[in-house]
Ligand binder design. Structure first.
Ligand SMILES: Nc1ncnc2c1ncn2[C@@H]1O[C@H](COP(=O)(O)OP(=O)(O)O)[C@@H](O)[C@H]1O
Ligand SMILES: N[C@@H](CCC(=O)OP(=O)(O)O)C(=O)O
Length: 281
């Protein structure tokens, strides 16, 4: 594959992986994908890069543990499932990353923590310290406590947007969003056989959002619309995002080598500074 994208200067990268890439459709964890992800991200750290992983999968893994095939609608059940699944996920990550000698940590966030300047500062400092130590922070929403009340917003909505907020806040050079599809197409390829992969997008317009119909899978929440919202946030801050297929997470190496994989979201004027904090109010 030709290497034509400039990724040589990328030193801090946020990787987001969705539930569909971490789990088989039978509800079991996809150990091969998790192992490859651990190997690949450790490889990047060994090259001297700083890596933050935003991982979904807590609710999905919890469903798998209890043998549930449909996601319960009750918030309490979802939160209890996340509580079961998050610890299972971290156990598996811990084991796999340890195989490659990589230290990881768990960072569970809620929206309000990033709304308040002081708690935001603490999160920022903690993540900076972890990166400085060569640790990979594994970030997820704190699903067990995140519920929206009228005057108090704790949820991010989905991890696509959480990953963009983390990338913006941490001034990452690149957000790699791994999904169950090769990139952003002119229409949903599962419905439109003529849909074409869009290799590069400079702006998320109403037209792009119209092309991103439908919800995600039974275990996850996102869908393409939330990925585009995340991309819009990234573009607003003159950062870059690559949306690619997470079936083989070692594809991250190819992306970092500048290969034309998936969809690259990049502003035309990629050099201008932006100073707001990337939090969607
Ligand atoms: N224009 C589009 N291009 C690509 N995928 C699309 C588009 N519109 C809708 N989709 C759907 O979005 C899905 C990806 O979102 P999702 O299932 O939430 O992934 P993940 O679980 O990896 O976060 C695709 O599998 C596809 O069904
Ligand atoms: N925080 C939730 C994930 C929510 C989410 O956005 O899921 P996905 O669409 O799979 O990225 C969990 O860990 O189950």
């Amino acid at each position: 594959m030709k290497s034509s994208r400039r990724m040589g200067n990328v030193s801090r990268v946020v990787v987001k992986i969705g539930t569909s890439s971490l789990m088989h459709s039978n509800g079991k964890l996809n150990l091969q994908a998790i192992d490859q992800l651990s190997y690949t991200l450790t490889g990047l750290v060994n090259e001297g890069k700083q890596v933050i992983l935003v991982s979904s999968g807590a609710i999905g893994a919890g469903m798998g543990q209890l043998g549930l095939t449909t996601r319960p609608e009750e918030i309490t059940k979802q939160q209890a499932l996340a509580s079961i699944g998050q610890s299972e996920l971290m156990t598996v990550y811990q084991q796999r990353f340890a195989t490659y000698g990589q230290k990881i940590s768990q960072v569970l966030l809620t929206h309000d923590v990033l709304d308040y300047p002081q708690s935001r500062e603490y999160v920022h400092n903690t993540i900076e310290q972890l990166l400085d130590w060569g640790v990979i922070p594994v970030v997820n929403e704190n699903d067990t406590v995140a519920v929206d009340e009228l005057d108090h917003r704790t949820t991010f909505g989905d991890n696509d947007q959480l990953s963009a907020i983390v990338a913006v806040r941490s001034h990452a050079d690149l957000l790699i969003m791994l999904s169950d599809i090769d990139g952003f197409y002119t229409g949903n390829p599962h419905k439109d056989p003529h849909a074409q992969l869009i290799k590069e997008l400079h702006q998320v317009t109403d037209d792009s959002l119209k092309r991103a119909g439908g919800a995600g899978t039974v275990f996850g929440t996102g869908g393409m619309a939330t990925k585009l919202k995340a991309a819009a946030n990234i573009l607003n801050h003159n950062q870059m995002m690559v949306l690619a297929n997470g079936a083989n997470p070692s594809i991250i190496f190819n992306i970092m080598n500048g290969e034309e994989i998936g969809t690259l979201f990049i502003a035309e004027n990629n050099n201008e500074e932006s100073d707001d904090d990337g939090i969607i109010k």
